[in-house]
Design a protein around this ligand. Structure first.
Ligand code: SAM
Length: 458
């Protein structure tokens, strides 16, 4: 049954003229928690909900509220988080009906206990989760010292770090980026839309000016479905051939939360993962060490080619290496007799050279460095991929354990893939063509052409 809080939100929006008998969806309980269910057939690109600006929660809402003045200049998400927490703690909040619908927690990794986090041992997601938690804690301490304590009359109820984490989690899992201005916005009702791997378009939100209630006109945040949805299916009952029975299929309307999001990002923000292989990723951070004797030259070349001194390369399962990764690795490893390539006269052409193997020694270094890094990273996980997969196929894992096992096996698969690529390169080191051979070949070709020109002109 639909929780009474959701019914109250629906009634409120009906009274305000935001939804009507024409609205093609209603809220419902689905495996993902609450969700939006089609009440009639909806065609591709049809608008399913439109919510006027007066119901949005964004930095403007905070600015025009009682705490607007004291939140002026704050990081936008911090001000919206303070607003949400403050309204949640107020008995007479005008937002109470909406706030009552929001979950207390999700399976996002920032809400996991230490014991649950220990299942992520060795993973990059564990490091990211811990650093995000630290960041939120620091922002809270700052807000407490600079905003909450000096303005006790505006914040009469005690606000805890947990309250602040709740608001942060709500924003990470429910906020949209506004199309104009890019600032975050939470839209009641529209935020009930869930994600499906089957949706391949992200073009589901629009803003337009239009009727916003009984007699008003305002900016509307529109949600569209990018695929057609049928409300239910008519099927023949097998025993009584003339009777046709309306199947009780509920058709949930979904969107795509982000085609480029990795499983780690989905787990961190929303508390779920997908089984789609390319959502598994591992991020390799490459850096020109400042102890490198050619540090300045290498940095110059790095910047000229749109990279930073420290650059993260995200490698996806089943995908080739990012195009700039090999040249960057070769640049970092460049030294010895290859160092002439760092000469300023070659500055504009050197990246082109680095796109191909430079020398046997250089290529060997990059293979060793990457393979050692993969081996070390793999040694930090307490379980093997086989052990993880066995757990997953045995089934019945609690959602958070399912996420942890999926993440750790995904990261290890990508590490094995990277190691495999460099292992293969290592085996081919003697057959690769290097810079000097390429130059020699080019010179010979020029030489051949050079000889043929005078003979043609005779
Ligand atoms: N289901 C939400 C609720 O009950 O309020 C409404 C959607 S809210 C924008 C995003 C949250 O919904 C996520 O943090 C996650 O808890 C859940 N969710 C959305 N899509 C999901 C999916 N494909 N699998 C599992 N959980 C999902």
């Amino acid at each position: 049954p639909l929780p009474s809080s959701v019914r109250a939100l629906w009634d409120w929006f009906s009274k305000e003229g935001v939804i009507s008998s024409k609205t093609p969806v209603k809220p419902g309980v689905v495996p993902e928690g609450l969700g939006l269910i089609a009440t009639r057939d909806i065609a591709e690109n049809d608008v399913i909900l439109e919510v006027p600006r007066r119901f949005w929660v964004n930095p403007d809402t905070v600015e025009y509220s009682e705490i607007g003045k004291v939140c002026d200049g704050l990081n936008p998400w911090v001000s919206v988080a303070l607003f949400l927490v403050r309204e949640k703690l107020r008995e007479d909040s005008k937002w109470k009906i909406y706030l009552d619908v929001l979950p207390e927690t999700t399976d996002a990794t920032i809400f996991w206990s230490d014991e649950e986090l220990s299942e992520l041992e060795g993973t990059q997601l564990l490091c990211t989760t811990l650093s995000v938690k630290e960041y939120v804690q620091m922002e809270f301490m700052k807000a407490e010292a600079e905003i909450i304590i000096p303005n006790r009359q505006l914040f009469p109820s005690a606000i805890t770090l947990n309250d602040f984490f709740w608001a942060f989690g709500i924003l990470r899992s429910r906020a949209f980026s506004r199309l104009q201005g890019q600032n975050l916005v939470v839209i009641p009702l529209i935020d009930l839309i869930n994600h499906s791997a089957g949706i391949t378009s992200e073009d589901h939100i629009h803003e337009r000016t239009g009727p916003a209630g009984l007699f008003s006109w305002d900016l509307l945040f529109s949600l569209r479905t990018t695929v057609s949805v049928t409300a239910g299916e008519q099927v023949k009952c097998p025993k009584s051939s003339n009777a046709s029975v309306k199947m009780m299929f509920i058709k949930v309307v979904f969107i795509q939360y982000g085609l480029k999001k990795t499983n780690s990002e989905l787990a961190l923000d929303y508390g779920f993962i997908e089984s789609t292989p390319h959502r598994n990723a591992y991020s390799l951070t490459l850096e020109v060490p400042c102890s490198d004797p050619f540090f300045r030259d290498k940095l110059d070349i790095t910047k000229l080619n749109g990279l930073d001194e420290t650059t993260d390369f995200e490698i996806l399962l089943g995908h080739p290496l990012p195009p700039k990764m090999l040249p960057f690795l070769r640049l970092i490893a460049l030294g010895g007799t290859d160092a002439f390539l760092l000469d300023p006269s070659l500055r504009n052409s050197v990246w082109g050279c680095l796109e191909f193997p430079v020398s046997h020694a250089n290529e060997k270094i990059i293979c060793n460095v990457v393979r050692d890094a993969c081996k070390y990273a793999l040694s930090c996980y307490p379980t093997t991929i086989d052990e993880d997969e066995k757990l997953m196929t045995e089934g019945n894992l609690r959602p958070r354990l399912w996420i942890a096992v999926g993440i750790r096996s995904g990261e290890k698969k990508v590490l094995h893939q990277i190691d495999g690529i460099f292992k293969e390169r290592e085996l081919k080191l003697d057959q690769l063509e290097y810079y000097k051979e390429r130059m020699l070949k080019e010179l010979c070709q020029v030489g051949e052409k050079g000889e043929s020109i005078p003979s043609e002109s005779k």
